[in-house]
Design a protein around this ligand. Structure first.
Ligand code: ADP
Length: 404
């Protein structure tokens, strides 16, 4: 059985999935797993397609001190115990910088280019690249594909790609990239199947998970996003503040004496729903809480989604559909109903029963704007890209496309 391995490596965990390649290039998910607690309490957990547990084992810290070791242990387990030898590996890579508008087959030159973007995403890019480098060293003949969170947004116009700062900073990479691109690409493709007429028009997609952003799609292409240079901008998130006056950062430095790394930790870990509520970064806990600050955090989240919808509708010069996705968007009928209320002025009206059932189409028949709930699948998107690049690379003219 041909299989594709999908890898999503972070600072303390490596998540992986295995897809089998079936007739006519159809992909079927076989295994979902992760090695977490890297460098602290390493643990490998994996389950099969039906949710059955395939592994749950702890390792001594010396056995899994870092991401390459975690990749090695997970790879050995797949190969030795499950006899899985993937024909290719697809990686989630947060940053393709200004260069990459689509996934790319990896070689040493690509790795060197991706290293240049470490400074643009220092918390993520090095961890994404670590397993790529170790597979390249240990299995040089195994094709690897890098799939970027930024690539889908490279269709933005020049004005959407800029900040009002001196041009040399834009030239060196300080741009409004946008993230969650694999999720938006998956939604755009899925929309084309479930509502082809709508997919060609003006759509706002709200990816509401631990990280949250929104994207404006026109004819299936991204024209604007709430995120920018980093994944800190835009909507409030589990632990990130979203849009913040840069003056606040100056205040933290000058009045609170915070160092750059203190500010970084603060912005990535202590803000957002967690900081505002003082209760939790988890929407389920906030919804269950009686604390007034938990209520404020939810109000703020909903309010900012409403504000951003206005901004994205302006970028699109109108709106033809709205889509909810990711953990909160797919599962919280309450948040969807509250957001829909905020969008009432645009003609959005949600059907309470369909919303409670998490139906695919949750708007009322008389809603000017149809509202969809579409579960995202970034891993499947990566597996599809990996398979199609693999097939292209076996044709005479491999497509290593770059822009600019
Ligand atoms: P990520 O992939 O970025 O870690 P997810 O897309 O899994 O995030 O989303 C995680 C978020 O989804 C958490 O805030 C969690 O509370 C929220 N979530 C999951 N299920 C529900 C639910 N039933 N009701 C409300 N929120 C939910």
């Amino acid at each position: 059985m041909d299989t594709i391995l999908v890898v999503n490596a972070g600072s303390s965990s490596v998540k992986f999935q295995v897809f089998s390649v079936e007739g006519e290039g159809t992909l079927r998910r076989q295994i979902k797993g992760q090695m977490d607690g890297i460098g602290s309490r390493p643990r490998l957990r994996a389950s099969g397609a039906g949710g059955d547990s395939l592994a749950d084992r702890a390792y001594p810290i010396e056995a899994v001190p870092d991401v390459p070791a975690a990749m090695r242990v997970a790879g050995d387990w797949l190969r030795d115990e499950l006899r899985i030898q993937p024909i290719a590996v697809g990686h989630r890579v947060v940053h393709g910088g200004p260069d990459y508008a689509r996934p790319v087959l990896i070689d040493h030159g690509v790795v060197a280019r991706l290293e240049r973007f470490v400074s643009l995403a220092p918390l993520h890019q090095p961890h994404n690249l670590a397993p790529i480098r170790s597979i390249l060293a240990n299995f040089p003949a195994l094709p690897q594909v890098a799939c970027f969170d930024t690539a889908f947004h490279r269709t933005h116009s020049a004005v959407a790609d800029h900040y009002a700062i001196p041009h040399h900073l834009h030239a060196e990479g300080v741009r409004r990239y946008g993230f969650h691109g694999l999720s938006y690409e998956y939604i755009a493709k899925t929309l084309l199947q479930i509502a082809p007429e709508i997919a060609k028009r003006r759509v706002i997609v709200a990816h509401l998970g631990s990280g949250a952003s929104m994207c404006a799609l026109r004819d299936g292409q991204s024209i604007e996003s709430t995120m920018g240079f980093t994944a800190l901008d835009g909507l409030p998130m589990g632990t990130r503040p979203g849009q913040l006056d840069p003056g606040v950062v100056l205040y933290l430095i000058s009045e609170k004496g915070m160092s750059a790394s203190n500010v970084q930790n603060f912005l990535y870990r202590d803000c957002g729903l967690r900081g505002l509520s003082g209760v939790s970064n988890d929407m389920r806990e906030l919804e269950a809480s009686q604390e007034s600050k938990a209520k404020l955090a939810i109000d703020y989240f909903v309010y900012r989604i409403g504000l951003s919808s206005g901004m994205l509708a302006a970028a699109l010069q109108g709106l033809d559909a709205f889509v909810f996705t990711a953990g909160i968007g797919e599962n919280s009928a309450n948040i969807r109903a509250r957001v829909a209320e905020q969008l009432g002025w645009l003609g959005v009206a949600v059907d309470a029963a369909e919303n409670a059932r998490h139906s695919r189409l949750i708007s009322r028949l008389n809603s000017t704007i149809p509202v969809y709930v579409v579960p995202t699948d970034e891993e499947l998107m990566i597996a599809q890209h990996t398979l199609s690049l693999l097939m292209n690379s076996q044709s005479p003219n491999p497509r290593h496309e770059r822009v600019s």
